[in-house]
Design a protein around this ligand. Structure first.
Ligand code: CA
Length: 312
């Protein structure tokens, strides 16, 4: 079976991430799945937004001066949907306002909006119909603890929306992903979703989920535990390889031994992993030598072309 192509935040290598134009482009480029990162607004609406903050991809600091927290950041959870809808989305910038990826779309105001998950489902369902080509949903629940602290259960709220859209069914073209194992267990047992669940694996240095040892998760015992509640893992590309960066390690075959899928992140043609000289060399390392079942790519057209050219 060929590996699946997951468009990482849409066609984010070419258009501002998670905007509807980026979704359309990813669909046209032939992505098998299109990723949605979910953060809730203060009034509990699932937004398609990568960061829990707004200032890295919008003009929130200009439109709502003073609405930041003491750490200087503007949290999406502190804004109602109507306020969020007044923001203009631009290409990702760093703390000094400089584009993170200099060769991507310019940092300009095109009156793009942060989409809600409901709006994005309407768009993808519409494209699946008009293009007679189905792209699925690959939905990440971001920062469950932050939402819980604000009195909102992101898993329950998101699943209710999917239920209403007819997507919380065994055959729906959708995956759910999360870094927090407790939330995946909640989805599996308490909320009893039939959708396949993917345990994302961070580097411990990122402090992604306090108290969770992502190194231990990659051990035989860790993978066996994951197999109790999830259908696959989502490792970071360097975790697929030995410390030299390019020799495949044992993670993929060990995960397969436990019946787990492996969907790795993130293929970036303009930010290659160390040790790889070209994007196709990186794709060969990930898809052919490491043997993953799928990958997130910022460049869906280039990854589509590579996968279509594979023998398996
Ligand atoms: Ca994500």
């Amino acid at each position: 079976m060929k590996p699946i192509l997951i468009a990482h935040r849409g066609a984010s290598g070419y258009l501002p991430e998670h905007t509807l134009p980026a979704v359309v482009a990813a669909h046209v480029m032939g992505a098998d799945y299109i990723e949605q990162d979910i953060v809730l607004s203060r009034d509990g609406i699932p937004l398609v937004l990568h960061d829990i903050y707004l200032e890295t991809t919008t003009d929130v600091a200009v439109k709502f001066p003073g609405r930041n927290r003491s750490d200087g950041r503007f949290y999406a959870i502190d804004f109602d949907l109507d306020e969020i809808k007044s923001l203009s989305v631009h290409e990702r910038v760093d703390g000094s306002g400089t584009a993170v990826f200099g060769s991507r779309f310019p940092v300009v105001d095109m009156a793009l909006r942060i989409p809600t998950l409901a709006e994005e489902i309407t768009l993808i369902n519409g494209l699946n119909h008009s293009r007679s080509r189905s792209a699925g949903y690959y939905i990440e629940l971001k920062a469950p603890a932050l939402h819980r602290a604000a009195g909102l259960d992101i898993a329950t709220i998101t699943l209710e929306l999917l239920e209403g859209a007819g997507l919380n069914t065994p055959n729906a073209p959708a995956f759910l992903q999360c870094f927090d194992p407790a939330t995946l267990r909640q989805l599996k047992t308490e909320l009893a979703t039939p959708l396949p669940l993917i345990q994302l694996i961070a580097d411990n240095a990122w402090g992604e989920v306090p108290g969770i040892d992502f190194q231990a998760m990659q051990s035989d015992r860790g993978l066996a535990e994951i197999a109790d509640y999830a259908d696959g893992i989502g490792p970071w590309i360097p975790q697929l390889f030995e410390p030299d960066g390019t020799t495949p390690g044992e993670l993929v075959q060990n995960a397969h031994h436990h019946g787990l899928l492996v969907h790795t992140y993130t293929l970036r043609a303009d930010n290659l992993e160390a040790g790889f000289q070209t994007f196709d060399a990186l794709q060969e390392g990930v898809f052919i030598r490491a043997g993953v079942d799928g990958a997130f790519s910022d460049f869906s057209d280039l990854t589509r072309r590579f996968i279509d050219g594979m023998d398996r």
